[in-house]
Ligand binder design. Sequence first.
Ligand code: DQA
Length: 157
Amino acid sequence: MTLVDHAAVRAAGSRTAERLNLLGTREPAVYGKDTLADVESLCRQEGAKLGVAIDCRQSNHEGQLIDWIHEAGRDHAAGKTIGVVFNAGAYTHTSIALHDAIKGADVPVIELHISNVHSRETFRHHSWLSPVARAVMAGFGVQGYALAIAGLVLLEG
Ligand code: DQA
């Protein structure tokens, strides 16, 4: 999950969900060989390029992700955060709770997937997040995080 702040020190943040802590070793043919640390470094580099600060967080727990979305909503209302780049992993396809959290938090969220979920199994074609996301990005590999941060800054910065 990536938070993008809009205050004097503008910050972008990326939030990732379950199993993305296994990046680099989990199905490398689908998700690539970059680790979560590589992705966080990529996000920070992109943030530095765009002059925004990045807050990267990862959790395997749906409730934790909900709490972070709510926190991002409060930060957005306070003018501290422009939004979130969010890879919710498989929760994308199952979680009405995350849908409600994003809707309620009223913070711009870019839904991000490393793989092109639409070219994969049909159960990955439905997203509970897309209807409440500001934008959706899928299939660019881990580079998608940098593109999504740039996109969020373009849309909301
Ligand atoms: C994913 C796609 C999801 O379908 C899957 O469950 C993941 C990763 C992606 O980044 O491509 O955990 O969100």
